[in-house]
Design a protein around this ligand. Structure first.
Ligand code: E4P
Length: 216
């Protein structure tokens, strides 16, 4: 399973890339707004750090606006993937952008039907939002499972990005149901490293080594 980092923060991206575990990045308007500054300049910096897919979201609400914005964002780097919302206009933009060789990521997907439509339209990536479903008392992991099952049954080309991940258990759960990708916040990535037995083990090895080498 590929791991994408869900952030627009350059320090986080740089650190995660140094750890060698990140295959791509997803951003959204909220994450970009948190960083401030010029969006295209930020996107360019992200593309300098990340050779894999970097999702950048359009803000237009009709297909023409989305396509025009997408062309400008895609010009920033060949790895840029255009995030479009799961609306009829969004899917119309997906069709047009595919003709132009620009990859898309259909975002804000909350049902298997929406995922199916996005894949039919030709999205390279489809992003079901599990955390936001969990927040409402629905089962986000089941949605990812359902979508992966449908895409696999019909050998659909779109890759599933499990998005809106809230904690390390989500990552394990979506890996087990076969999600192609999980996009994770930096805080969750750091939690994934952690195990108290690892810390204890290091502490013990260091102490044993120090006592055996005392006075040498
Ligand atoms: C990723 O593509 C989404 O923008 C992101 O995972 C949303 O996460 P949130 O529900 O925590 O805002």
């Amino acid at each position: 399973m590929k791991l994408f980092l869900d952030t627009a923060n350059l320090q986080e991206i740089e650190q995660a890339m140094d750890w060698g575990v990140i295959d791509g990045v997803t951003t959204n308007p909220t994450l970009v707004a948190k960083e401030g500054g010029d969006f295209k300049a930020l996107l360019k910096e992200i593309c300098r750090l990340v050779p894999g897919p970097v999702s950048a979201e359009v803000m237009g609400t009709n297909a023409n606006e989305m396509v025009q914005e997408a062309q400008e964002l895609a010009a920033v780097g060949s790895q840029v993937v255009i995030k479009v919302p799961m609306t009829p206009d969004g899917l119309q933009a997906v069709v047009e952008l595919k003709k132009q060789g620009i990859r898309t990521n259909v975002t804000l997907v909350f049902s298997a039907n929406q995922a199916l439509l996005a894949a039919k339209a030709g999205a390279a990536f489809v992003s079901p939002f599990l955390g936001r479903l969990d927040d409402l008392g629905h089962d986000g992991v089941s949605l990812v499972d359902e979508v992966c099952g449908i895409f696999s049954a019909y050998a659909m080309e779109s890759e599933v990005i499990a998005a809106s991940i809230r904690h390390p258990l989500h990552v394990i759960q979506v890996a087990k149901v076969g999600s192609h990708i999980a996009t994770i916040p930096f805080a969750v990535l750091k939690q994934m490293f952690k195990h108290p037995m690892t810390d204890l083990g290091i502490e013990r090895f260091l102490a044993d080594w120090a006592s055996a080498n005392q006075g040498k």
